[in-house]
Structures are given as C-alpha cells and as structure tokens.
Design a protein around this ligand. Sequence first.
Ligand code: PGA
Ligand code: ZN
Length: 423
Amino acid sequence: MERIISRIKARQIFDSRGVPTIETEVLLTNGIKACAAVPSGASTGKFEAYELRDGDDNNYFGKGVLQAVRNVNDIISHELSGKDVTKQLKIDDLMIALDGSENKSNLGANAILSVSLACARAAANSFNIPLYKYLGGINATYLPCPMMNILNGGAHADNKLTFQEFMIVPLGAKTFFEAMKFGVEIFHSLKLLLKSKGLNTSVGDEGGFAPDLASDVQAIELLMKAIEDTSLTTDKVSIAIDAAASEFYSDGQYFFEYENKALDTRQMVSHWENIVNNYPVVSIEDALDEEDYSGWKTLTEVLGDKCQLVGDDLFTTNPQRLKKGIEEGWANSILIKPNQIGTLSETIDTVNIAQDAGYTTVMSHRSGETEDTFIADLAVALNCGQIKTGSLSRSERMCKYNRLLKIEEELCTEAEYKNPFSL
Ligand code: PGA
Ligand code: ZN
C-alpha cells in the first residue's frame, strides 16, 4: 500500500496554561490521517530550538502562533505533499533544510515538530499498529518508571521554594499499574498532610501542590511523610528533584530567596552532597546552571556514582551538546524533550547517543502541555526507562499516564517494569 502525504494542515489551539500552541493534521492519499500537538516550556533552556511566536502584543499578549501555522500550511505542506510518510528521516531532513537556520528559527521548531510527530502517527495509523510499536518494533516492551512531580516550586509556582520540582519515584513497584497506585495514594496523602498543617492545597502548572514552605528541605520531608502515611517506604518510592538551577543562578551565584542567601558553585555542590547523604534522593535534574560546565564536571565526579544527575537545560535534547557533555564528564543522564530539538529523528538520535554512552534517559513533557500523548508511546518505543509527565492531577498530565496503563495492558505478559536506578 502506498503511504503518500496528500495534505498537511496546521491550526492554533491552546495549551494547559491557556497559551496558544500549534496542532498539525497530516492526511494521506489513502484517506488515513493523524494529528499532533506541541507543548511549551516556562523554564526554557537557552540552547533550545526556536519556538516561533507572533510577538504581536495586541493579540494573545504576543504569544500567538499564527505565523508558525502559516509556515506549515503555506511552506512545509507544499514541500512534503507527495512524499512517502514512512520516510521519517527524509521528512525531517527536508524540513531542517527548508528552515536553513541553526536553531529552526525561520520556520519555528514548534511548526516543524508538529509536522514531524503527525507524520509518524499517520504512518503508524496506516499500518494499523500502535505508535509505540511502529517506532520501537518488537523491542518496545519496557514501561518507563515515572517521576511524579507532586510538589511544585520555582518558576512553576507562586511560592518561594527554590527548586522547581519535588517528585516521587515508584522504583520498587512491580508493574506500571502498581507504580500508579503508589503515586496516586501518596498524592492524596500529601493533600491530607498539607491540609492538616493548614497549608494551601491548590496546584501549580504541572498539577502538583504549591504550598508556601520554609525551605526546599521541608518539601522533601513532607514527601517522605506522605510516603510513610501511605504505608510505603522510601526503598519502594524514592524522591527526585528538578532544581532547574539556571532559573536561580546569576553571576556565579545560586540564590535562595527564602533564606536571602547565595551559594557559589563549590558551596552548591556541597549542598547537593548533603541532600543526597541525608535524604532518599535518587535523581537530581539541572542541579547547576546550564553553562556552569566546570561545576557539572565536579558535581559528576563527586555524586555521579551515588545519584542520577540529569541534564535538561544543560543538554536541551541536542545531540551536539550531549556529545560534548559525554566527552567532558557532565551528568550521567539526559532529559528528552522533543520540542527542545524540533524533530522526531533528532530526538531519537539523542536518545541513541545517550544510551550508547551509558547515560540514562528520561522522556519528558513540558509545563505547558496538551492532551497529546505522543511522549508516552515514545518512551516505550525508545526504552527510555523513565518518564516525567507531571503530578497525579489534571488531564493534560493524566492522559500520558493513562496511555501508559493502556500500553501495559496491551503488551500483557510481554510488558516489563523495572527499577532504572542500578547506581
Ligand atoms: P518547563 O519545565 O517545561 O517549564 O521548561 C520542565 C522542566 O524543567 O523539566
Ligand atoms: Zn527540568
């Protein structure tokens, strides 16, 4: 059967923060079609591919994506019509060439990614197989261990917590189904715990609670208590942090607002050592600024054999930055956000480079999300082993978890779930 692109149509939709984003539909000549929507970050890394926004202050506060939509409908569509939708690499390369810039700033990484993902989904639909199987084949059997972001700070909340995400990690669950049970029970326990302390239980951008707390360590202790209240132990459910450190770094200093205190890199590394030695923290993401390269090297030497050190803003899913980091000894793990690089093929490249170098891989959503569940399938397809897709509330987060539950059910006895922290 021929699988030829007949038409590509983009539109402006809205993400979970009510901000415009792009969705693209790919229609094949055989009548099969598929859609994909692109998310958007708030604590965006300096080295991410370019997210094209209209910048017209009179419309959507400058955040419209109508130019990106036109770029798909008038330029990309024309170029890709008549092409075989299963040739993902060719499709992505054509769009990269058509854009012609270093960081996809002409057509917009959001425009390009929406087409790239929609093509993959249309191809999967045309074979009538699930997306994870189309992308991962017979190796796609491994369900990712989730890092569930149930307490929010930093740029994602209106409290004074320095670190952005305080996550629970059900690494001792036997199945993804059980991981979800642990996660939701702890989420509800945490709500009761916060209420009992007279703390706010409204939620931040990724659906986690965002109470006013005295310190980041207090947030970790609350998670530990919520785990205990659920009759679980921290061997079964550990803790992970995304500091998003570039957000509180300037002029060589890491600033802690709640203490009105700044730490230099050396002190910051000691701070992390204390946290890892005293709390069940198995993973720290963006522990240091995205350009504090010598700091990353030291941190990895000091903590790399005890703790997963994830580079998000540090690597921005960019194969070149990752290669450099592997050479230089920065981190031992990478966060994978397709919209940081802008095509599916480059995302897959980055995952392969990381896995070949023995770096762990964590598939990830963005803080501004949509109902699209692509990353759930992609995490299984690429054997990522871990996924970050927010808290245990709000449908733009839950839809990814729910999709993984269905994949596990569909894989049945073939499905695997294991502890990714063999450190
Ligand atoms: P962002 O945050 O989507 O707002 O960039 C997510 C993260 O830092 O992991
Ligand atoms: Zn991050």
